[in-house]
Design a protein. Structure first.
Length: 382
């Protein structure tokens, strides 16, 4: 029953930390992220990563992105697709060059430097979604652009990673690039067909069932089904969950599902997800690589911020709005952690640099909420 005690500590600590963070004028999510570091191996050592933490955090991030999909304005997403594409491309090119440059600066081989570049190109907006909800800006043009750009970013980075694994990785498995691209195309074709025609029909029929909570149950089945399908097709599960939210939002049950899903997510699963990020922090061996960690983190933050902001600025956003979009793309989160693990497994990332890379991912995740709030405050005064 040890996991019950972990759950008690996590829920209590995240709520208190969130409240304290709000009181000092910061996003609640920042306090929840920091408390994960305090509870984990880096400081107190009260909670360690285990199967319970892993599975609950996976559910938490999937529900978080499902809620983001539910709250997304589809019409605004269509209007901002050019901005989303430009933000994603800008947010890949500059971080890739920056990450490669850092690798070269610290004497890494070209192969390892290229992988660092791919790692810096990744984006995870799950934390940004939480902050945007707190600021009530998830449905804004900036919020919609961030979400759309994250989808494009995920596709492009996965393709880059697959190419590198195929040509330079040590894995015995060969990856066919045409097959990989076909998978991505098939994924979107299938979910668009299901989302447009199957989901509305299914929700309508299920709502008539005389069982407990049939509608929310159907919505969660769709959410997790889309997430699993995305993962199976080589995409991030959060992309599937996000698209599932958009599909369900087109039904008459949107508001009811949104309310009940938020209750489920924010009571248990999202707190575990936020704490799980801090649990990855380890200070072992850090003293030998402190310079690498600092430089890589600074470059990762600045290049993603400016690269994405330039894309937004070129497509009509104001300077402060562009910086707000850029700050929403900074967090590398669980997407970069998956890429780092893949690189380690395929010989593209040296073992001694894994902790440094994880710390960079954590730091970008901590900085994103601060910059998001700062630039959105400036945007509201324009």
């Amino acid at each position: 029953m040890e996991f019950i005690l972990d759950l008690v500590i996590i829920i209590l600590a995240t709520k208190l930390a969130g409240q304290l963070s709000v009181k000092i004028g910061q996003p609640a999510v920042l306090g929840k992220l920091i408390v994960g570091i305090l509870l984990g191996p880096a400081v107190l050592g009260w909670i360690h990563t285990n199967d319970f933490i892993h599975y609950f955090s996976e559910i938490g991030v999937i529900l978080l992105m499902f809620i983001a999909g539910l709250e997304t304005n589809v019409e605004q997403l269509r209007q901002n697709w050019k901005s989303a594409l430009a933000v994603a491309i800008g947010g890949i090119i500059l971080p890739f060059a920056g990450g490669f440059g850092v690798g070269q600066l610290f004497g890494l081989d070209d192969m390892y430097s290229l992988f660092i570049g791919i790692l810096c190109s990744a984006t995870s907006v799950s934390i940004s979604v939480q902050v945007l909800k707190e600021l009530d800006r998830l449905r804004s043009p900036e919020g919609t652009t961030i979400l759309g750009a994250a989808v494009v970013d995920d596709i492009l980075v996965v393709l880059l990673l697959a190419m590198m694994v195929s040509f330079l990785g040590t894995s015995s498995e060969s990856i066919s690039l045409p097959l990989l691209i076909s998978q991505k195309v098939l994924f979107f074709v299938v979910i668009i067909v299901i989302g447009c025609w199957v989901v509305p029909y299914l929700m309508k029929r299920v709502s008539r069932l005389k069982v407990t909570e049939p509608t929310i149950s159907a919505a969660l089945i769709i959410c997790f089904g889309f997430a699993y399908f995305a993962d199976w097709m080589g995409m991030a599960a959060i992309i599937g969950a996000f698209v599932a939210g958009i599909a369900v939002a087109q039904t008459p049950f949107k508001l009811m599902i949104e309310s009940k899903t938020e209750t489920i997510a924010y009571t248990i699963f999202v707190p575990v997800f936020l704490v799980s990020i801090g649990l990855n922090v380890s200070l072992v061996g850090l003293s030998q690589q402190i310079g690498f960690v600092i430089v890589l983190t600074i470059v990762a933050i600045i290049t993603k911020l400016l690269g994405a902001a330039v894309g937004a600025r070129l497509t009509g956003f104001s300077t402060h709005s562009s910086l707000a979009v850029g700050s929403g793309m900074i967090s590398r989160g669980e997407v970069a952690l998956i890429i780092a693990a893949t690189g380690l497994q395929n010989g593209l990332l040296q073992q001694q640099y894994f902790t440094s890379v994880v710390l960079m991912i954590i730091m970008t995740t901590l900085v994103a909420p601060l910059l998001l709030k700062l630039f959105f405050q400036k945007t509201s005064r324009e």
